[in-house]
Design a protein around this ligand. Structure first.
Ligand SMILES: [Zn+2]
Length: 158
């Protein structure tokens, strides 16, 4: 008995290369030679100027969080085993906006505009998907907090 999974892509034509790269830990987007725009998801044309002169470009992996939702309920396999998870829209450094997930980041730490770093998550033997996590040193909460009131020099109270 095989269970239908709703998260597995159907690679065909142009997206085949994308999924192969993802398995290698590379996120591919498209670059337009005509208008210089970057685009995602991969299409055989540029969504800005409709030129078909587009080539693959490996994304830097840097992005910022545009918006997100914490998903608590999803009955479709395999998501029901993953909840709660963060469904996010991320602005890639190159410009395109991408639907993805934010992983390994506490929900309460999520902020609009926070810097994110590309990661990859293996979802089956054949597929690895690009996801994001908070950028910077992994783990640990900001130790650069200026919460210590040690600098109150010449304050006199009256
Ligand atoms: Zn273009």
């Amino acid at each position: 008995m095989s269970m239908t999974r709703f998260d597995l892509p159907t690679p065909e034509g142009d997206t085949l290369e994308f999924w192969e790269a993802a398995r290698d830990g590379r996120l591919l987007i498209k670059h337009c030679n005509n208008c210089d725009a970057y685009s995602y998801y991969p299409r055989p044309f540029c969504p800005e100027c409709w030129s078909e002169d587009v080539v693959w470009h490996q994304a830097s992996g840097q992005g910022t969080l545009y918006s997100w939702s914490v998903i608590y309920n999803n009955d479709q396999p395999p998501f029901r085993d993953r909840v709660p998870y963060v469904a996010a829209v991320v602005d890639l450094a190159e410009g395109p906006r991408m639907m993805t997930n934010v992983v390994d980041t506490p929900f309460e730490a999520l902020r609009v505009g926070m810097p994110l770093q590309l990661r990859f998550m293996e979802i089956s033997d054949d597929y690895t998907i690009p996801v994001f996590a908070a950028a910077g040193r992994g783990g640990g909460h900001g130790d650069a907090d200026k919460s210590a009131p040690s600098d109150a020099g010449g304050a006199s109270d009256g």
